[in-house]
Design a protein around this ligand. Structure first.
Ligand code: ASP
Length: 657
């Protein structure tokens, strides 16, 4: 075997010669080893021959992939008697070993072996190191390499023997994903997304492997990592379905959040080390009643999950959780993961508000109005009403509140009128209703709803829409009802600015800041159905007949089985990017987590095109997003516990569900 001395080691040797420094302190020795077809790199820090100071005890550390979880690492090192750690991986170098030795500290040595192929798994030097190791840690990377390089090899057997001998084993990210009796091997080189995994649970993309490691405490368990992206629950459910299909027995899923580590003691009792509030591990109860069919999207009436947090006690391999952080139930419908019995309502009162725009009293009024809207929608959801009813109820409250640019308090057009636009969409049925150019409908959202429910149309405008409203018994008011002095003055200012710029005869250019307070609501009801609605007065000084995005299905409003969006911003840009639909399309087709999809459209694409604004988004799995690129956006949400959460400016804290 040819040993190649790395540059770093070379420098270290010179330093040692020059300074006569203590040998054991400077043993940063990356040694590249290669012989014939076999290959690995080897790094050593510390004194591999020093006696192990403490007692070595059994332990399993399941880390979700985030770094710097030092408490968890200290637990692991202590289980290893603060002695000698061997890190195995199949990509990168000795970085994690350096972190263990220098930052976590308190141990005698860390040896890292970076595998380059399967042949290395029979290398006597590696096997000797594994045998000596007080603790073994499997780093992150590409788990398919671990499966390919180690399954059925002496390394696989050595890992099993290490655990059986009562010594601690840890893994993070890919190093955690491969520990269970059944595992997602990512064998096709991809990282499976939830939508794809659920679209064909038994399909080839869900590369479930078994007969790798045989760890008693993870028997019957499929682990998953980087779980803080809520988006991973769907794929774990699909993995479980496939693993159960292969195993012919009920299994459990265990998803560990990126900011958490599960520390399992020898008796199977486990506690969570969390580095972020609310982080934990999710146990997914398998034993699915419905068998899945080949080449078909997943359907499952119910799947129960329990989240273990920092104060919980988790027992493995049973998956029992004492003092759980949360318990949630889901269904899978045609490949869409849906939260059950956890109603959620999300609202906005418009983007564009800047710090300094409002007095303290006005801020308090706005917050009260947002909370009232949340409570009104929540009351519907609690009573078992549909998400459509909740959206309608919340928006009605916001339309009635003069603080927002919808219903009473709408902004004025160039010719001094209030011209209202609105829309609503039902995610379950795909039905929608919309109206534009209204001057007399007191609560435009109720007209949108009536158009959806009672007409054959999706969209009606102007006089025709108002005639239909009258026929439906919807309250009409004198146009002066919508007028507020504040909005009137805003128009006067805009007209003056326009005149000053002598721009009145040039093509319409609306400044981005000319909008304030469009309102929108999204709801997820107890049956897991989504709805979205939006209502607006449009933009100050808009030309007669101008229609913005708010009443346009797909631009300002969208709801389908998995995703709902309501936008607020410079409408022309929302129309041109089909913003609301685009967000949901990225979730559905590209498998993006909701927050990333929403951020991409609102905070990247729209500003790039020259627009600005914000949106709210709600997933059928209960995930929410509030992207905006203005100084503030009136926004809030209310969950099953009925506690409203609201915020105005960018800096305002808004806890997420
Ligand atoms: N998007 C609305 C429009 O362009 C305005 C707003 O959201 O404030 O009509």
């Amino acid at each position: 075997m040819k040993h190649v001395v790395g540059k770093r080691q070379f420098r270290a040797r010179w330093l040692r010669a020059l300074l006569g420094a203590c040998l054991s302190l400077l043993l940063a020795l990356p040694v590249a080893a290669a012989s014939g077809a076999s290959g690995y790199r080897h790094y050593l820090l510390g004194d591999a021959d020093a006696p192990t100071p403490g007692q070595v005890r059994p332990g399993l550390l399941l880390m979700g992939g985030g770094d710097r979880n030092f408490d968890a690492m200290h637990w692991f090192m202590e289980k290893a008697g603060n002695g000698h750690i061997v890190v195995l991986r199949a990509s990168q170098g000795g970085e994690i070993g350096e972190e263990f030795f220098n930052e976590v500290g308190g141990i005698k040595s860390v040896e890292t072996f970076v595998f380059k192929d399967r042949e290395a798994a029979t290398d006597p030097k590696i096997l000797a190191a594994l045998k000596r190791a007080d603790g073994i840690f499997l780093a992150g990377g590409d788990q398919s390499r671990y499966v390919r390089y180690w399954r059925g090899t002496p390394v696989g057997a050595a890992l099993d023997a290490h655990v059986k001998a009562g010594k601690p084993l840890g893994g993070t990210s890919a190093g955690l994903a491969m520990l269970g009796e059944y595992l997602y091997g990512a064998m096709d080189g991809g990282s499976q997304t939830s939508p794809r995994a659920l679209a064909d649970p038994l399909g080839d993309g869900n590369t479930i492997e078994t007969d790798f490691l045989h760890i008693a405490q993870l028997k019957g368990i499929v682990t998953d990592t980087h779980f803080s992206e809520r988006a991973r629950l769907g794929r774990l459910v699909a993995f479980l379905a496939k693993a159960e299909h292969m195993a012919g027995k009920p299994l459990l899923g265990l998803g560990v959040d990126e900011d958490a580590a599960v520390a399992v003691a020898g008796d199977g009792s486990a506690r969570i080390y969390a580095t972020a509030p609310g982080a934990g591990a999710t146990v997914v109860r398998g034993g699915f009643a419905q068998k899945q069919t080949e080449d078909a999207a997943m359907n499952l009436d119910r799947v129960d999950t329990v989240v273990a947090g920092a104060d919980s006690l988790l027992r493995l391999p049973e998956g029992r959780v004492e003092r759980p952080l949360a318990q949630r139930s889901y269904a899978v419908r045609d490949g869409v993961l849906v939260a059950l019995d956890t109603p959620m309502l999300v609202i906005h009162g418009g983007a564009g508000v800047e710090p300094g725009d409002l007095t303290a009293d006005e801020e308090a009024e706005v917050k009260r109005a947002l909370e009232a809207a949340l409570r009104a929608g929540h009351a519907k959801l609690q009573a078992g009403a549909s998400s459509l009813d909740a959206v309608t109820a919340a928006i009605t409250v916001l339309e009635d509140a003069p603080q927002f640019n919808a219903g009473r308090g709408a902004v004025f057009t160039h010719d001094g009128r209030n011209e209202l636009d609105t829309s609503i969409m039902d995610g379950a049925s795909g039905k929608a209703g919309a109206a534009a150019g209204l001057h007399r409908v007191r609560n435009p959202i109720t007209l949108a709803r009536a158009i959806m429910d009672k007409s054959n149309h999706v969209m009606m405008v102007g006089d025709g829409a108002e005639l239909f409203a009258k026929e439906q018994g919807i309250a009409l008011v004198d146009p002066s009802y919508f007028r507020t002095e504040k909005r009137w003055q805003a128009l006067q200012k805009a007209l003056q600015e326009e005149q000053d710029a002598q721009a009145s005869n040039t093509p319409l250019v609306l400044p981005g800041k000319a909008y304030f307070g469009t309102v929108g609501a999204l709801a997820l009801d107890a049956r897991g159905h989504l709805a979205a609605g939006t209502s607006t007065g449009g933009m100050t000084n808009k030309r007669y007949g101008r229609v913005g995005d708010s009443p346009i299905i797909g631009a300002g409003t969208w709801a389908d089985a998995r995703c709902a969006v309501s936008g607020t911003g410079w409408g022309e840009f929302y129309i041109r990017t089909a913003a609301a639909h685009e967000i949901c399309a990225r979730v559905r087709l590209d498998g993006q987590p909701l927050a990333r999809a929403a951020d991409g459209v609102i905070n990247r694409d729209i500003p790039k095109a020259g627009g600005d604004g914000g949106a709210i988004a709600l997933g059928a799995d209960g995930s929410v997003a509030f992207p905006f690129n203005t100084g503030g956006m009136y926004r809030g949400w209310i969950g099953a516990d009925g506690v409203p959460h609201v915020a105005i400016y960018r800096e305002d804290p808004l806890p997420l569900p």
